[in-house]
Design a protein around this ligand. Sequence first.
Ligand code: URA
Length: 236
Amino acid sequence: MSGKKHRLDRFISAKTGTPKSKVRLMLAQKRIYVDGQLATDINQPIDQFSHVALDDKVLQKNSRTYIMMNKPIGVVSATKDEQHKTVMDLLVEKNINTADLHIVGRLDLNSSGLLLITNDGDWSRALMSPENKVAKVYEVTLEHPITDECIQAFADGMYFSYEDITTKPAQLEKLSECVAKVTLEEGRYHQIKRMFGRFRNPVLALHRVSIGEIELDADLAPGEYRALRKNEVNLK
Ligand code: URA
């Protein structure tokens, strides 16, 4: 869901079926409250999280939701899938209403780790916007030893003819012979697998450990999730 704004008169009119001219009268009669304050401007912008009341009746009350999940391997980062269980299915199983939730930065079917899920479009856009250069960190296990040539290629950027793009400089740090910490500021389709694929080095396991300052909670087993803490939401 986007952070789309509506004008107050349109919003009230649509919610109550009252003509806009009557909504003006309601405003003059001091009957409309937005976020607990008496509304005075018919043009006031309303978004999905504005608390709107007419007299004693609440017309809209949506709270922001921010979830971190340890995505298990074999579960799809999608809302619906014909073949596989999705991360949203995991939430539905716990009676979470997923109707207005979306995923922030997908992981492949056979990747695991930190996945963020929210209903706040402005927040997810800020996290994923290339201008904000939010670092995504992955631990990657490879079939063959990591070469210096490969480390340099990640730093230089790699050209993908299919999309006609060159990847942004990425950091590849060797943790052991076949295990690397990879830091990306973007998220191209199967990016890490394709980059190692250039060196004929198949990825055996790929686990996301952080997005920006938000780190995967080590207490979350695969498939488990928890609400983000206030400070984590504000970290980005
Ligand atoms: N790169 C990949 O190849 N897969 C992921 O899931 C994430 C980054």
